[in-house]
Write a protein that binds this ligand. Structure first.
Ligand code: SF4
Length: 249
């Protein structure tokens, strides 16, 4: 939000359609779009309830918290032309925002690449956006039988599969990523998920270890560490399944 307060008074370029509401901005990051300098725009609202969610304030679709108007965000982006390479839309769940397509088109007109972080909750929305996307980070939360436990919502695994299938059949580069809290997923669960993804043709995969801080479910504030040897063996097995694998902790 700090960056938003430094927005210039320049006029935004016109963007058609309903305006995207943005809850916050990370003005510069090197880790949210591989090999690119990016900023991240966080949108409000998510239909899932992952217990480890570290942005629970972004889950409600309606909130009293201050939102940034899209014109103000465009002003910020205009000042970053030549400094940033890409803009990543994150959340919350950005694909459910009616203003996302128009916002992405505006970003393209400004000359930035477009990245998307999504939990894969709407294949039809993702399909509408696909032609605008230069890179996607797709959350795959768990093996099918544990999807409800991790997300707090029923019937999400099937839609996530459809999103993954769409990406696998596209030319858009993407990464699958799984956030892990060891009270929700066991190492064997992670391994069978990864093997399934590799079998389907996923080539880039990341495991993100939940730190628990400020998470939605207070019972998940502590994430027990794996024994060193178990962790090393798991990392070796996972990295052997994919062309590019990262363990983020
Ligand atoms: S962690 Fe889960 S609940 Fe939180 S924003 Fe991401 S998908 Fe939504």
């Amino acid at each position: 939000m700090d960056a938003a307060m430094a927005l210039s008074q320049r006029q935004p370029i016109a963007s058609d359609g309903p305006a995207l509401r943005v809850s916050g901005i990370t003005p510069l990051t090197t880790i949210d779009f591989p090999d690119h300098l990016t900023c991240v725009l966080y949108s409000q609202g998510c239909p899932l309830r992952c217990g480890y969610c570290q942005n629970p304030n972004l889950i409600p679709f309606e909130t009293d918290e201050e939102q940034l108007d899209w014109p103000a965000v465009e002003q910020f982006l205009q000042r970053r032309i030549g400094l940033l390479e890409a803009v990543v839309f994150s959340g919350g769940e950005p694909t459910l925002q009616p203003g996302l397509h128009a916002a992405m088109r505006a970003v393209v007109r400004l000359g930035f690449k477009v990245g998307l972080h999504t939990a894969g909750v709407s294949c039809s929305r993702l399909a509408e956006l696909l032609g605008l996307l230069d890179w996607v980070g797709l959350d795959v939360k768990a093996p099918d039988d544990l999807y409800q436990r991790v997300t707090g919502r029923r019937h999400q695994a099937r839609e996530n599969h459809r999103c993954l299938e769409l990406l696998l059949n596209s030319t858009t580069p993407f990464e699958c990523r799984t956030t892990v809290h060891w009270q929700l997923l066991q190492p064997d669960d992670l391994l069978r998920l990864a093997r399934q993804l590799a079998e389907w043709g996923v080539r880039q995969y990341a495991v993100q270890i939940s730190h628990g801080h400020s998470c939605l479910d207070p019972a998940l504030k502590q994430n027990p560490a794996l024994p060193t040897a178990l962790k090393a063996g798991l990392q070796t097995e996972l990295s052997g399944l994919f062309e590019r694998f990262e363990w983020r902790e």
